[in-house]
Write a protein that binds this ligand. Structure first.
Ligand code: GLU
Length: 445
């Protein structure tokens, strides 16, 4: 790392002790930015990096709620409003027991660059709670969401901060959150949340967008080597919204997705995952992959273990951060891997990324490859602002244009900075320069 940047990075780490994932995300971005600061000394003079690493505002709050047995429960809520240089803070809410300030800050930091890469007018933020939705009844989920919004409502708004979903937060939760926001504020403010239901201000394609976008990005990477998804053997991790839609899109392009996983294990389905059955089990029944294996002959269910033990030509990690380490990366590379598209946020460890890059594997980092979700959220905001709703075909076409645009911008930036094919460099520099220019133009704030 450039010595000037390393000094700033060390200060950031020292000021934010114990936030391992935030440290990782900052280090990974700083490693790309040396050459930009040679060309743009004004970024150092303007303390752009120091400002970028300090969120504009961080909110931590108590979320009290009553479970079905009548017991009082207390969780912790977060919203980190990281950077509003390009637009209102924008990013999802994650409900998962692993959520803490360091996780929210890593996600919010990544979101700044991701959102900049989309070319849409959105800043970066993230939030969530250590609430565990697993095994909770619908009524408990509703009471939790209502309590969460009873604090959050005062910090968000169409022009201020626009939350959406992430792990543990989907259409159902956005519905309860929106209902409570409307009730407290007495405003039908569609643009305050994205990922809404289609009959009350949501956008078609938003549910599919992250998974579809990841595959569109990976397809563009494959094209640079004269390949495509057609005929590829694909392994996907996760079986949530991002994974399911990545599987659907990859198979529509002629790939065979042979496996996906949940936190208990994974299924191997050599004939290709049956997406309709997977949707039924995960989205309708809210069940587990074990149920998928039980209902489909010739499918193997592996209890525990890692889906990265399987061979693949394309790997799409769509589960969570740091799920693919250096050892797994090396094994995949030895067994014929061509490309990786990150559907999750920071699923590959820094060691894994280094293995992929050293081996010349096409590697699409999450902040570029999974930007289709938030980009389509921005399309939802556009539709809300004009009180319009677009067709599936039109919205999908916009998503495709945006993903191809992100791919091309990352590739062109990597070329410009002398490291062709390095999408990590391209994404970090491409996102950063846009935000840095806007920050300098807006003065010291
Ligand atoms: N949570 C998603 C992400 O990581 C989507 C955020 C949004 O739609 O605002 O980008």
């Amino acid at each position: 790392m450039d010595a000037r940047l390393e000094a700033i990075r060390d200060t950031v780490l020292a000021r934010n002790p114990g936030e391992a994932e935030f440290h990782q995300a900052v280090t990974e971005v700083f490693e790309s930015l040396g050459p930009v600061h040679d060309r743009h000394p004004e970024f150092l003079e303007g303390a752009v990096l120091e400002r970028l690493c300090e969120p504009e505002r961080q909110i931590i709050f108590r979320v009290p709620w009553v479970d079905d047995a009548g017991r009082f429960q207390i969780n912790r809520g977060f919203r980190v409003e990281f950077n509003s240089a390009l637009g209102p803070f924008k990013g999802g809410l994650r409900f998962h027991p692993s959520v803490n300030l360091g996780i929210v800050k890593f996600l919010g930091f990544e979101q700044i660059f991701k959102n900049a890469l989309t070319g849409m007018p959105i800043g970066g933020g993230k939030g969530g709670s250590d609430f565990d939705p697993r095994g909770r009844s619908d009524a408990e989920i509703m009471r939790f969401c209502q309590s969460f919004m009873t604090e959050l409502y005062r910090h968000i708004g169409e022009y201020t901060d626009v939350p959406a979903g992430d792990i543990g937060v989907g259409g159902r939760e956005i519905g309860y959150l929106f209902g409570q926001y409307k009730r407290i504020t007495n405003r039908y403010e569609s643009g305050v949340l994205t990922g809404k239901g289609i009959s009350w201000g949501g956008s078609l394609v938003r549910p599919e967008a992250t998974g579809y976008g990841t595959v569109i990005f990976a397809e563009e990477m494959l094209k640079t080597r004269g390949r495509s998804f057609d005929g590829q053997r694909v392994v996907v991790s996760g079986s949530g919204n991002v994974a399911i839609n990545a599987i659907a899109k990859a198979q529509s392009l002629g790939a065979t997705v042979v496996a996906c996983s949940d936190s208990s294990g994974y299924v191997v389905d050599e004939a290709g995952i049956d997406v309709a059955l997977l949707r039924q089990i995960k989205e309708v029944e809210r069940g587990r992959l074990k149920d998928y294996a039980a209902r489909r002959p010739a499918v193997t269910y592996v209890d525990g273990g890692s889906v990265w033990d399987l061979d693949a030509t394309v790997a799409l990690p769509c589960a969570t951060q740091n799920e693919l380490d250096g050892g797994a990366a090396a094994r995949l590379v030895r067994n014929g891997l061509l490309a990786v598209g990150e559907g999750a946020n920071m699923p590959s460890t820094r060691e894994a990324v280094a293995v992929f890059q050293d081996a010349g594997i096409l590697f699409g980092p999450g902040k570029a490859a999974n930007a289709g979700g938030v980009a389509t959220s921005a399309l939802e905001m556009q539709q809300n602002a004009s009180r319009d709703s677009w067709s599936f075909a039109h919205t999908e076409e916009r998503l495709t244009e945006i993903m191809v645009g992100i791919h091309d911008r990352c590739a062109a930036t990597a070329d410009e900075y002398g490291d062709p094919g390095n999408y990590v460099l391209g994404a970090n520099i491409g996102g950063f320069v846009k935000v840095a220019d806007a920050m300098l133009a807006q003065g010291l704030i």
